[in-house]
Design a protein around this ligand. Structure first.
Ligand SMILES: Nc1nc2c(c(=O)[nH]1)N[C@H]1C(S)=C(S)[C@@H](COP(=O)(O)O)O[C@H]1N2
Ligand SMILES: [Mo]
Length: 515
């Protein structure tokens, strides 16, 4: 409250309420107009504001929010960005409204609102033409508020607010309708891109290989009645974690990656050079360190790409720490040892298609066995360091560059036709691999081995498990089911439960079910 100096507080207090209302409506209409033209893309006026909010939020606040609010924390910065966008555009309208009421210059007020809102939108997005779509509605709604054609005494404020509201609602509804199709059109641009990049991206013959792998995975999947994901996640199923609300839009043709820092000569690799290297398809499973113990930010896909080792062999990093900072187009960064980096894979395809925009088009890193955050999307630079530095999440208190924790998920419990109960889920232990999953249906007193899916080819893959049991004839109210995994090195999953912050969730998943 005390942020606003008393002088300004008094000035704002003196503004007629109706002008504030109309200016706010004008701001809303402007944001809607921008959405109409840009859709939910990086050209939308909220996008650059959101990027700025994400960059400026102090790390401790981000860590605190994720810990207490969880993923919904995302909604807060988006909401704040909307408020800022509306606020900035309403300033343009307010100035116009003031000019016309204080100095009785209605046409000048409207003109100024138009110019100012266009300038503001243009300065935020850097897109002068698209900014007209934001400035138009702002000017229209402010113009309704000003209403230069009315006789001074025949212009009751209630009617002006009503008309301005109707115009704003129309702008918002129109925006939602048109903007949606813009967003969808953008998606189909992506699909068209897949045709374009067929020669540079996933080649036809490669795609056949991927299809065979997906078929094999389908054959290996267990016959599970419950509704749980298969062994290969589709684009829609595959989880998404981004620091920014609006993903970078990069084309393969313009992409390149540069290795910089403690090297004799910098090395730049273009998309063509990369895809000309030896191509492989790999099953790789990703898990986000921020997910809750039994959460669903765990997925698997077939990725097409090339090992990074031959590229790293061309340079001779001589930094003291033998570590590298990976950077991406969205401002993301993460640091880990060159030893680990050498095991990485640079992927440009996913399930037989070019990488979807949300998963890092055109090129992302896949680092076997490490937490999701090491798998940099929209990769742009690898900087060889002399000294360790913290990446985006480590600056915010996470310890997510190491190997994943072992976990067995309990994702479904289903009563079968014969009255039995089927429990099922996925288990994952990174490159250690899953040896077995054990299930207890009596709160941990006795344990049985679950049925496991045949392992997929690959060093970093999940498995499905399934366990069927017969409930008591007289159903108890509920019973406690506990699941735990043992990795191929013989380690039993840690029993004690911890939160995901800062080392990833630990513990045995425990649920009470009716049986
Ligand atoms: N450039 C960039 N890379 C990134 C991220 C990001 O926000 N920006 N998020 C990371 C995190 S925390 C995870 S868990 C994985 C998620 O990958 P996905 O969205 O493809 O599932 O990407 C990682 N790579
Ligand atoms: Mo993550």
């Amino acid at each position: 409250m005390c942020l606003i100096k008393p002088y300004w507080r008094r000035q704002i207090g003196r503004l007629p309420r109706i002008e504030l209302i109309i200016a706010t409506l004008a701001g809303i209409a402007g944001v809607a107009g921008s959405f109409t033209a840009a859709g939910y893309t990086r050209d939308f006026i909220v996008a650059p504001i959101d990027a700025m909010v994400v960059r400026m939020t102090p790390g401790r606040i981000v860590a605190f929010m994720i810990d207490t609010v969880g993923e919904e924390a995302h909604l807060l910065h988006i909401a704040l960005s909307y408020v800022l966008a509306v606020g900035l555009l309403s300033v343009a309208a307010l100035i116009g409204l003031r000019l016309s009421s204080e100095y009785n210059r209605p046409f000048l007020g409207i003109l100024l609102t138009g110019l100012l809102s266009w300038g503001i939108a243009g300065a935020i997005t850097g897109l002068p033409v698209l900014s007209l779509a934001a400035a138009g509605p702002v000017t229209l709604v402010a113009g309704i508020g000003i209403n230069p054609l009315a006789e001074p005494n025949h212009n009751p404020s209630r009617r002006r607010v009503l008309t301005a509201s109707v115009a704003t609602v129309a702008a918002v509804l129109g925006g939602i309708g048109f903007g949606r199709t813009r967003t969808v059109n953008n998606r189909s641009d992506e699909d068209r891109l897949s045709g374009v990049s067929e020669d540079t991206g996933t080649k036809k013959s490669d795609t056949d290989g991927v299809e065979t792998m997906i078929r094999h995975a389908e054959q290996k999947a267990l016959d599970i009645d419950g509704d749980i994901p298969g062994l290969v996640s589709t684009f829609d199923e595959f989880y998404n974690v981004d620091i920014a609300e609006f993903d970078p839009e990069l084309s393969a043709d313009d992409w390149s990656m540069t290795i910089t820092g403690e090297v004799d000569d910098e090395l730049t690799i273009t998309f063509d050079e990369l895809t000309d290297m030896s191509t492989e398809h790999r099953f790789v499973t990703l898990r986000c360190i921020g997910e809750s113990l039994n959460g669903q930010k765990l997925d698997n896909a077939v990725w097409t790409g090339t090992p990074i080792k031959p590229i790293l062999d061309q340079i001779d990093p001589d930094g003291q720490c033998q570590c590298a900072m990976l950077r991406a187009e969205d401002g993301y960064s993460i640091q880990y040892p060159i030893d680990a980096l050498e095991t990485a894979f640079l992927a440009w395809g996913m399930n037989g298609e070019p990488l979807p925009q949300s998963h890092g088009r055109p090129v992302r890193v896949l680092l076997p066995g490490h937490w999701g955050e090491t798998n940099v999307k929209w990769l742009s630079e690898i900087e060889m360091l002399n000294q360790e530095m913290k990446g985006y999440w480590e600056q915010r208190g996470w310890h997510g560059t190491g190997p994943v924790n072992t976990v067995a998920k309990l994702w479904s419990d289903t009563r079968l036709d014969d009255g039995h109960i089927e429990l099922a889920g996925h288990a994952y232990a990174g490159t250690r691999g899953i040896d077995r999953v054990e299930v207890s249906t009596d709160g941990g007193d006795s344990w049985a081995h679950a049925e496991l899916s045949e392992p997929l080819d690959g060093e970093d893959v999940w498995r499905q498990w399934r366990h069927e049991f017969e409930p008591e004839p007289e159903p108890e109210n509920s019973r406690t089911v506990v699941v735990r995994a043992v990795d191929k090195e013989g380690n039993l999953q840690q029993q004690e439960q911890t939160d995901s912050f800062p080392n990833g969730a630990h513990g045995w998943v425990e649920q009470s079910i009716d049986a």
